[in-house]
Design a protein around this ligand. Structure first.
Ligand SMILES: [Fe+2]
Ligand SMILES: [Fe+2]
Length: 219
């Protein structure tokens, strides 16, 4: 479940940074607001697909062995959409359409509060998955079964979003973690898909890619 834990860690770092950005945001700078909107729109799409992969693969597999585990996690996912992402979207739209100084200040304040909610909801949900769910998975399924589950979860992502998600995850990790992640993906992905993925990583990370090539010479 290496890649799964790496993605979780990247999500947590991203929401912490979004909270910082929302706190420091220049509410009069529309370019800054647009950049944050774009970043969050992609993030929401990726999180939704991550949740799909859990709901379609991981939770049903666990539910066959332990009843009433999966429902509680799906409940959180459904709650995110209405109570977290819609709140963020409302605040960003309000800020973009704000009329006058007072309205801008109100909406910037709302955006900051919603970004704190996003961070806190994700922190609790992902910590629960890491500390309660994954240990259960490791007891119930042997290593080949876990690899099969991880491969099926990766299959829920189309190749483009998969490449973008790995690139996002790469950006939040150290060289050791990146190396582990890439070696793992080489083991589970078909050759062509893996080639497309490494091309995407290479073109987006010119500064750090030579270190990966040094560590994995046969890449
Ligand atoms: Fe989840
Ligand atoms: Fe998750």
């Amino acid at each position: 479940m290496t890649i799964y834990l790496f993605v979780h860690e990247a999500i947590l770092r991203e929401v912490a940074q979004v909270e910082d950005i929302a706190r420091e945001l220049d509410r009069d700078d529309q370019a800054e607001i647009d950049a944050l909107s774009e970043r969050l729109a992609w993030f929401q799409k990726m999180v939704r697909r991550h949740e799909d992969s859990e709901e379609k693969v991981l939770f049903p597999a666990l539910n066959e062995r332990i009843r009433f585990v999966a429902e509680t996690y799906k409940f959180d996912h459904d709650d995110f959409e209405v109570h977290v992402f819609e709140g963020i979207e409302r605040a960003l739209t309000g800020l973009a359409r704000a009329n006058g100084k007072y309205d801008r200040r109100e909406n910037a304040g709302l955006l900051y509060r919603e970004s704190v909610a996003l961070h806190e909801h994700m922190r609790l949900h992902i910590t629960k998955e890491n500390e309660l769910l994954i240990p259960k998975l490791e007891v119930e399924f042997d290593v080949p079964e876990q690899a099969e589950i991880a491969g099926a979860m990766a299959g829920v992502f189309d190749p483009q979003l998969m490449a973008e998600t790995v690139n996002f995850t790469y950006g939040w990790h150290t060289a050791d973690d990146r190396e582990e992640m890439i070696r793992f993906l080489r083991g589970i992905l078909p050759e062509e898909a893996f080639g497309g993925l490494t091309n995407h990583l290479k073109s987006n990370n010119a500064d750090s890619w030579s270190e990966i090539e040094r560590r994995i010479p046969d890449l």
